[in-house]
Design a protein around this ligand. Structure first.
Ligand code: GTP
Ligand code: MG
Length: 210
């Protein structure tokens, strides 16, 4: 995946969403993807987002990536951000079993309730594989869950950056192969999906690459 130099033009604008329990590493994964950095971040308050321009499969893409808070007290707020997402990344922590069981208890249900795009591509990501000695969820369990729920699947480490780019690249490639999502991606430019966010009620960090 190349980061595009010209950030003015793009073929498609895709909205991606990161969901999963608090502490699984959603914000760290996003930071790792957008700025190659690893920092010990605080829990997200509400919703955050970053933009990254990439070229995938010969197409110039503008990715608007929304990073939701995993804490339950933000659930009402975060539920409105599923609207119009072409790709949803469900993250769990391979060293914390409850973050995996909550995928079916909470997160898959949230997608069913709030996602508005029938063809939306889902990706399951098992994070923190750098802590191999503390692993409690096997790769096989991840694969089985992904198969059952019709998701793509990868294990990664936001800390070492293993598979971080691949998580986004595989998701985006699949979106590019889905005609109905492509149509949304191009009309999204006209609708300006950034306007859906009320300016006052969420924390928004600086975008990495407008
Ligand atoms: N070892 C290791 N630690 C990680 C990794 N990813 C994230 N962390 C750590 O896990 C903790 C939580 O990471 P966050 O990115 O804030 O988690 P989050 O999912 O955004 O949490 P909420 O915003 O509360 O939903 C931080 O201390 C990170 O440094 C990883 O791949 N490996
Ligand atoms: Mg966060």
């Amino acid at each position: 995946m190349e980061t595009s130099l010209s950030q003015q033009e793009f073929d498609y604008l895709f909205k991606l969403l990161l969901i999963g329990d608090s502490g699984v590493g959603k914000s760290t994964l996003l930071l790792s993807f957008t700025s190659d950095n690893f920092e010990d971040l605080s829990p997200t308050i509400g919703v955050d987002f970053k933009v990254k321009h990439v070229t995938v499969g010969g197409k110039k893409l503008k990715l608007a990536i929304w990073d939701t808070a995993g804490q339950e007290r933000f659930r009402t707020l975060t539920s409105s951000y599923y609207r119009g997402a072409q790709g949803i990344i469900m993250v769990y922590d391979v060293t914390r079993r409850e973050t995996f069981t909550n995928l079916s208890d909470i997160w898959a249900k949230e997608i069913d309730l709030y996602s508005t795009s029938h063809d939306c591509i889902k990706m399951l990501v098992g994070n923190k594989v750098d802590k191999e000695s503390e692993r409690v969820v096997t790769r096989k369990e991840g694969i089985n869950f992904a198969r059952e729920y019709g998701c793509l699947f990868l294990e990664c480490s936001a800390k070492t950056r293993v598979n971080v780019e691949q998580c986004f690249e595989e998701l985006v490639l699949k979106i590019l192969e889905t005609p109905s999502l492509l149509a949304e991606g191009s009309s999204g430019v006209k609708k300006n999906i950034f306007n859906q966010k009320p300016a006052q009620d969420v924390s928004v960090s600086g975008c990495c690459s407008w």
